[in-house]
Ligand binder design. Structure first.
Ligand code: AMP
Length: 396
């Protein structure tokens, strides 16, 4: 894996694809600068080598049009503040103005380009646009995991114009290492915890990871398709009847592959999809009509605890219950605590994909697990076993 550490940037211009798609309030105040902070080590490495930096990113979904509210000019001062270096903004991403600004850069200076997605060729992966971008720098660095699953001009196509001089930034390298640790090189036992709403959205992940894990814990809404498929009674719980055969097939495959599957044995059932509904603990396969399973029950959590605490490598994707409502957040919090304990005992734990990060942040687990992925869709596709175009473009 070619990373930024394989290069010396002295007197070189680094063209760095970052993910500065940060949330802002109506006054353009950045409400969470996490993504800017995450790119800082890469940028500082180039500057300390004696190089200069051209930063390129998208912000929001301007769909090929110049939308002033989505200008990266709004975040320039925040980028300066986080880096502790003056950052110059240029109101275009390619063409004469951008090229002049880039060629005038001196060692130690940083330039921020305008929103890449103001140009419709960015998302189309336009080769001519990518070539124009390539003129701005000597070495291409990709540090944007969140867009690595897109074959966009700045994330993938541009790499063609740097056959030798392309590499991963620190953030992207860390993501790749974390995924590798779980999917390829993880110490056994390896456990995947999959929650979330539906089997259908996780099926490709399940099929891919059955070859990699020793234990698979199923939580969340997915539970009920598995329970009903085995003849259980799930009441009004979320259930995909058309996926029941698939669920049975997964159970069969797991058995053949020697993977132990752990499914809830009891659940918190509610008489309404509401935080204030009446609730009771029931067996997962005996939910009465009109009642819905919305969280894992205490016996289930004891089982999950035992598995998680003996695991050496842990992957967590998707909440265990309807964590957005306090009454059904206990399962998700408990699983977070078990992973925290396992991590303290030396396990490697990776959390990521889709909504998982929101749950982890809401309950303050981000500092307790080994790694929280910065990419929702990119992480899901990695877990599905797909080679991400942005990663392939540099590895090839
Ligand atoms: P996903 O994006 O597939 O990871 O799904 C996340 C969503 O699954 C969250 O919004 C949870 O509220 C939801 N969820 C978790 N458990 C259940 C459940 N038992 N019934 C319905 N939805 C659930």
């Amino acid at each position: 894996m070619k990373t930024i550490d394989n290069f010396n940037f002295e007197n070189k211009r680094a063209l760095i694809r970052v993910d500065f798609n940060v949330p802002m309030d109506e006054n353009y105040n950045i409400t969470d600068p996490n993504r800017i902070e995450a790119a800082k080590p890469t940028i500082i490495k180039v500057l300390e080598d004696g190089g200069s930096v051209i930063l390129m990113s998208h912000l929001g979904r301007p769909k090929g049009k110049n939308v002033p509210e989505m200008s990266l000019g709004h975040i320039c001062s925040k980028v300066s503040e986080v880096l502790g270096v003056e950052v110059t903004f240029v109101a275009s991403s390619v063409g004469e103005e951008a090229e002049n600004a880039a060629s005038n850069l001196e060692s130690g200076q940083v330039l921020l380009l305008e929103n890449l997605r103001f140009n419709e060729e960015e998302e189309k992966g336009g080769k001519a646009f990518a070539e124009q971008l390539s003129k701005l720098g000597d070495i291409y660095v990709n540090d944007a995991f969140g867009t690595a699953h897109r074959a966009h001009a700045s994330t993938t196509i541009v790499a063609q114009f740097f056959p030798e001089n392309k590499c991963f930034g620190y953030l992207l390298a860390k993501e790749i290492e974390a995924i590798d640790k779980v999917m390829q090189t993880g110490e056994k036992p390896v456990t995947a915890i999959l929650g979330g709403a539906k089997v259908s959205s996780k099926i490709t992940i399940i099929e891919n990871i059955l070859d990699k894990v020793d234990h698979l814990i199923i939580g969340g809404g997915m539970t009920y398709t598995f329970i009903k498929a085995q003849g259980g009674q799930v009441g009004a719980s979320i259930c995909e009847d058309d996926k029941m055969n698939l669920a049975l097939d997964i159970l069969k495959q797991a058995k053949e592959k020697g993977v132990e599957i752990h499914i809830p044995v009891d659940v918190i059932a509610a008489d309404d999809f509401s935080n204030t509904a009446n609730t009771k603990i029931v067996d997962a396969d005996k939910i009465e009509d009109g009642w819905l399973g919305l969280d894992a029950g205490p016996r289930t959590l004891e089982n999950f605890k035992e598995v998680i605490l003996k695991s050496k490598t842990i992957l967590w994707n998707g909440p265990i219950g309807v964590f957005e409502m306090e009454s059904y957040a206990k399962g998700t919090i408990a699983v977070g605590n078990f992973i925290d304990e396992a991590t303290q005992n030396g396990a490697f734990s990776l959390v990521g994909g889709g909504d998982s990060v929101a749950a982890v942040k809401q309950f303050g687990f981000q500092d307790k697990v080994s790694y929280v992925s910065t990419g929702g869709g990119a992480m899901l596709e990695s877990l599905e076993g797909k080679v991400l175009p942005g990663i392939a473009a540099i590895s090839q």
